[in-house]
Design a protein around this ligand. Structure first.
Ligand SMILES: NC(=O)c1ccc[n+]([C@@H]2O[C@H](COP(=O)([O-])OP(=O)(O)OC[C@H]3O[C@@H](n4cnc5c(N)ncnc54)[C@H](OP(=O)(O)O)[C@@H]3O)[C@@H](O)[C@H]2O)c1
Length: 277
C-alpha cells in the first residue's frame, strides 16, 4: 500500500499519512515511533511541547531508514514568540532530534494576546532562509491570522495544521487555505476516538468491512487533507495505515461531512494564550 504524496506550495512533497506523537510519553516514544516506521509510515509529527523530540530522533536514527526518506515535522513552542527566542528554539529542536535539517517547522499556536505572531513568522522566514528547514508553516491559525501574514510578510505558509474531524469539518477555513495554496493538515483526525461510535460512521464501516477509524481516516484522505493519527497500540498503528485499498463513495463522504457540529476537542485558537511554565 502506497501513501500518496501532497505537493506543497514550494514544490516539496509530504506523505499524506503520517504518525502523530502528541501525548506519547517520552519513555514510550522511541518504541512507538519505531513501530510506525516498521509498519511503513514515513512521516512523523512531533513538537517541542510534546517533550518527545529527542526520542523521535532516536527512533529515526535506529530505524536504519535514510534520514531523507522520513518526513519530520516539529513546532515552535508557545514560550518562544520573539525573534531571538524563536531562532534559539529551532536550534534546540534540531539538537534534540539529532538532525542537520528539519522537513517542516510550524508556529504551534498564534497566541493572539502573547507577543506578535507576525514577528514570530518573520523569524520563521529567517530559519527557512538558513536552509536548515525545508518548509515552514503554521498551526491553529484562523483566516484573520493568515490574512495578517499575507499582508505583512513574504513567505506564504506551506501548511496550516488545524483541528479537523467529522464533528469539526472546518470547511470554510480549509477552503481559505486551499484558495491561498496552503495545505491543510488535520489534527486529532479521529477526534481522539470520539467519532468512532457514531452510527453513520459505524454503518459505512460495516458495509465496507473496515473499522470506523479506517473510514474516518479515509474520509480525510479523500478530502485531500494530510493526517497523522496517534496510537501506541501496534494493531491500531497497522489498522490506521491500511486505508489505501478501499474507497468511500461521494455519498459516504457527504454523509460524514454532514456530521459537523463545530465541536472542538481542543482549545479555540482565538482564545488560547497558554504559555508552558
Ligand atoms: N497542532 C496542534 O495543536 C495539535 C493538537 C493535537 C494533535 N496534534 C497532532 O495530531 C496528532 C493526532 O491527534 P491526537 O493524537 O490528538 O488524536 P487522534 O489521532 O485523533 O486520536 C488518538 C487517540 O485515538 C486512539 N486510537 C488511535 N487509532 C485508533 C483506532 N484505530 N481505533 C481506536 N482508537 C484509536 C489512540 O489510542 P492509543 O494510543 O491508546 O492506541 C488515542 O487515544 C497528534 O498526535 C499530534 O501529532 C496537533
Amino acid at each position: 500500500m502506497t501513501v500518496p504524496n501532497i505537493t506543497l506550495n514550494n514544490g516539496v512533497t509530504i506523505p499524506q499519512l503520517g504518525f502523530g506523537t502528541y501525548q506519547i510519553d517520552p519513555a514510550d516514544t522511541k518504541e512507538a515511533t519505531l513501530a510506525a516506521l516498521e509498519v511503513g509510515y514515513r512521516h512523523i509529527d512531533t513538537a517541542e511541547m510534546y517533550g518527545n523530540e529527542k526520542e523521535v530522533g532516536q527512533a529515526v536514527a535506529a530505524s536504519g531508514i535514510a534520514r531523507e526518506d522520513i518526513y519530520v515535522t516539529s513546532k515552535l513552542n508557545n514560550g518562544f514568540h520573539e525573534r531571538d527566542a524563536a531562532l534559539k528554539a529551532f536550534d534546540g529542536t534540531l539538537e534534540a532530534l539529532g538532525f542537520e535539517y528539519l522537513d517542516l517547522f510550524l508556529i504551534h499556536w498564534p497566541l493572539p494576546k502573547v507577543g506578535d505572531f507576525v514577528e514570530t513568522w518573520k523569524a520563521m522566514e529567517e530559519i527557512l532562509a538558513s536552509g536548515r528547514v525545508k518548509s515552514i508553516g503554521v498551526s491553529n491559525f484562523q483566516q484573520h491570522h493568515l490574512q495578517r501574514l499575507f499582508d505583512e510578510t513574504e513567505v506564504v505558509p506551506a501548511v496550516n495544521q488545524i483541528e479537523v474531524h467529522p464533528y469539526l469539518t472546518q470547511d470554510v477555513l480549509r477552503s481559505f487555505n486551499a484558495d491561498n495554496g496552503i495545505a491543510t493538515e488535520a489534527w486529532s483526525p479521529i477526534a481522539q476516538g470520539k467519532v468512532l461510535d457514531d452510527s453513520t460512521i459505524v454503518d459505512i464501516a460495516d458495509r465496507l468491512g473496515k473499522s470506523p477509524a479506517q473510514v474516518t481516516l479515509r474520509w480525510h484522505i479523500q478530502r485531500g487533507d494530510i493526517v497523522f493519527p496517534k496510537s501506541v497500540t501496534r494493531a491500531r498503528v497497522e489498522e490506521n495505515f491500511a486505508i489505501f485499498d478501499f474507497e468511500l463513495t461521494d455519498a459516504d463522504v457527504t454523509a460524514i461531512t454532514a456530521l459537523n457540529r463545530d465541536e472542538r476537542t481542543g482549545p479555540n485558537p482565538d482564545e488560547f494564550n497558554y504559555i508552558p511554565s
